[in-house]
Design a protein around this ligand. Structure first.
Ligand code: TXA
Ligand code: MG
Length: 351
């Protein structure tokens, strides 16, 4: 796996991106940075490339891929209709961390959509991603560039850990900005529905559409029940999973600290390796195990930015158990808590 480094990530040199763009167009795989997480890119119109992506990730092939485009003009060939809600959301949030689900056109192979008649499309704002997609000249199918079931990669080193030897190239554009995957909104049905929360928040989408955009019930209900199948097939898998057993502790700040310290000490005396995930505001209050701050609680973007990196760090430290503080479920907190509760297999202690 070749690795190239982009120094000027705001104005990437086209020269550097010609080779990776060629690889993608010709059916190979290239990991690249986006504003959300690193993606594992292949030609979205080439079923064989989609097959290679599934193989590299070890991902079930019924889990559809997002087609990334560079310009608004790239959308119409991929879809059979652009519903009004989709138009408004595109206008407000593209390019950016928003994926929209449309009815697909005949051009998009079922190998890319996991057999579905809909296609997920996103236009990233990251300059490296955008330049690469434009140069490739084809829509770029790109799931997060992690091994299936591991936390999504937010640096090129994370990608290297999971993908070295399995793909053709990694384009290193430094750490990503947002740190959690794009918001997914399905506009292909009767009304828009949020299938995955992200940096384009429920509040932001609702303000643009003038209605309360609902969350897919499967996201809200927590532990997956047989009767609520998530509409984004990827949301049904235990995703973002750290190797350690993760438990979230939710409630009044003092009680959370007290509970985490007590549980951590209990596990330490059992001889287990213990990790604690907290915030800048609280990190001095913990005194057992390995303590990592995810960021500043009052600035949720810092928490999102560090979330997957901290989970990966505990993988590297081979922690057996991790206890984590919880966050508000409003605004960006909705995405943070969605990823954390899934990583915890919905194991939440309320205090
Ligand atoms: O931020 C992101 O979206 C990143 C970067 C690389 O752009 N990509 C990403 O892709 O997160 P991935 O494959 O890890 O997640 C895509 C999600 C999956 O949960 C998948 O099931 C869902 O999107 N999805 C894709 N196509 C769909 C469709 N037609 N209908 C419903 N859900 C779909
Ligand atoms: Mg993923």
């Amino acid at each position: 796996t070749e690795r190239i480094i982009i120094e000027d990530t705001e104005n990437p040199e086209a020269e550097l991106l010609i080779k990776p763009a060629d690889i993608i167009r010709k059916g190979g795989l290239v990991a690249f940075p986006t504003e959300t997480v690193y993606g594992l890119g292949g030609n979205a119109l080439n079923e064989e490339a989609a097959g290679k992506i599934y193989a590299a990730k070890g991902r079930p092939s019924d889990n559809p891929l997002i087609a990334h485009i560079g310009d608004f003009d790239d959308l119409p060939p991929l879809v059979s209709a652009i519903p009004e809600a989709g138009k408004k959301l595109m206008k407000a949030f593209w390019p950016g961390p928003l994926t929209l689900i449309f009815p697909k056109s005949g051009l998009v192979p079922y190998g890319t959509t996991g057999g579905l008649d809909t296609v997920a499309v996103r236009m990233p704002v990251d300059p490296v991603a955008r330049a690469l997609i434009r140069l490739a000249g084809v829509p770029v199918a790109a799931p997060s560039a992690n091994t299936s079931g591991r936390p999504s990669p937010t640096t090129a080193d994370h990608v290297w850990q999971d993908m070295n030897g399995k793909i053709d190239m990694i384009v290193d554009g430094g750490a990503v900005g947002i740190g959690v995957e794009s918001t997914i909104i399905d506009v292909s049905g009767d009304g828009p529905v949020i299938l995955r929360p992200g940096a384009i928040t429920q509040e932001m989408a609702s303000a643009v559409l003038g209605i309360e955009v609902p969350l897919d019930p499967a996201i809200v209900s927590g532990p997956l029940k047989a009767d609520v199948r998530p509409k984004a097939p990827g949301m049904k898998y235990k995703h973002y999973a750290p190797k350690a057993e993760l438990t979230l502790v939710e409630g009044d700040a003092e009680a959370v600290i007290e509970t985490i310290n007590r549980l951590a000490e209990e596990k330490l005396t059992q001889g287990l390796r213990v990790g604690i995930i907290c915030t800048e505001e609280t990190k001095e209050a913990y005194h057992a195990g390995v303590v990592r701050s995810m960021g500043i609680r009052t600035r949720e973007e810092t928490i999102a930015h560090n979330l997957y990196g901290v989970l990966r760090e505990f993988d590297d430290l081979e922690a057996d158990v991790i206890f984590s503080e919880s966050f508000s479920r409003n605004h960006l907190g909705q995405a943070i808590m969605n990823r954390l509760t899934k990583a915890a297999g919905y194991h939440v202690i309320k205090v």
